[in-house]
Design a protein around this ligand. Structure first.
Ligand SMILES: [Fe+2]
Length: 322
């Protein structure tokens, strides 16, 4: 089924409300000309944010995230996250302790219920891909862990070992996904809720452990977690609306027959990753991606061929979806 007629593109793909507001303020005293230009250009004093695509994503430079950062710097990183939805750092060196310490500057660490298979540190998920793996984690477009009543607000993924090519990650801007829908479609989605479940990504029925290096809970005591979320959510910090459905977790529309709900859900999920809503990040050892899980989706490209890929991820606790 086609819903193509419902799409109308927005003119400004990435308005940055936080920085735009700051640009209207008088420049602080005591800055030399160069600093003033930087402040005027991107609104940051301690970091530089260089966008990597029209829709979302920026590389952040000028900061070593392994050390205890001043509150002002953390505030700017958080603002950059709100402005660009996913931010990247290069050439970082993290230990488990510094990875967790950096994560905690943005909230409480979320402990994943399915990757917590016993042993190891429950606050860090080791994302390992080995040659011969038939499946990898996150190979479908998804936001993380949305079966939870309060899905994580974000994740911080750090690369230890990456392939010489392949294994990139795609991200998609879900504000744009929502804003580019027609008024008619937006009206239709008002009040619509969708069931999110982890039945396809964990547990014995998913059967993923035999086909990939990273393991999830598959024990007989495992039960699926389900939550009902609005299909359009309002971001708690930016107050902007965004689409909130994804291929890994969104199962069915509430209060709708399957025949009616399935094509609508399929359209919304596919619409959310139109190429013009995306960016693509190429990893190097020491790269970090920090995404806002409330307004983005992402996908790990399963093309690392004969190579190893070794990353580690923390997640930050989030709010109920409203
Ligand atoms: Fe993910």
């Amino acid at each position: 089924m086609h819903f193509g007629h419902t799409i109308s593109m927005v003119s400004n793909p990435r308005p940055s409300p936080a920085s735009a507001a700051l640009k209207l303020l008088p420049l602080p005293c005591g800055f030399d000309g160069k600093a003033c230009i930087i402040v005027a250009m991107n609104g940051y004093r301690h970091i530089t944010a260089s966008p990597i695509a029209g829709a979302l994503g920026a590389e952040i430079s000028g900061v070593d995230v392994s050390v205890r950062l001043d509150d002002d710097v953390v505030d700017e990183i958080r603002r950059a996250l709100l402005d660009h939805l996913v931010i990247f750092f290069r050439g970082q060196t993290l230990t488990d302790a510094s990875h967790k310490a950096f994560t905690r500057r943005f909230g409480k660490i979320f402990i994943h219920p399915n990757f917590n298979t016993g042993g190891g540190d429950p606050e860090i998920v080791r994302v390992v891909r080995a040659p011969g793996d038939e499946r990898i984690v996150g190979e479908e477009w998804h936001s993380d862990t949305t079966m939870m009543p309060e899905p994580p607000m974000g994740a911080i993924l750090y690369a230890l070992e990456v392939p010489p090519y392949g294994g990139d990650t795609l991200f998609a801007n879900q504000y744009l996904a929502y804003e580019s829908l027609s008024d008619g479609m937006k009206a239709m989605l008002e009040g619509l809720r969708v069931v999110h479940s982890d039945i396809r990504v964990a547990g014995p029925a998913a059967g993923l452990n035999a086909r990939r290096s990273i393991k999830v809970r598959e024990d007989s005591n495992w039960r699926p977690t389900e939550s009902l979320h609005p299909v359009v959510r309002t971001h708690p910090e930016t107050c902007r609306k965004c689409l909130f459905v994804n291929h890994s977790y969104s199962c069915r529309c509430a209060n709708m027959t399957e025949r009616a709900g399935k094509p609508l859900l399929a359209f919304l999920m596919d619409h959310g990753h139109r190429p013009e809503f995306t960016c693509r990040f190429r990893w190097e050892p020491g790269s970090i991606a920090f995404w806002d899980n409330r307004c983005t989706k992402h996908l790990a490209i399963h093309d690392a061929g004969p190579f190893h890929r070794r990353m580690q991820r923390t997640q930050i606790a989030g709010d109920a979806v409203v």
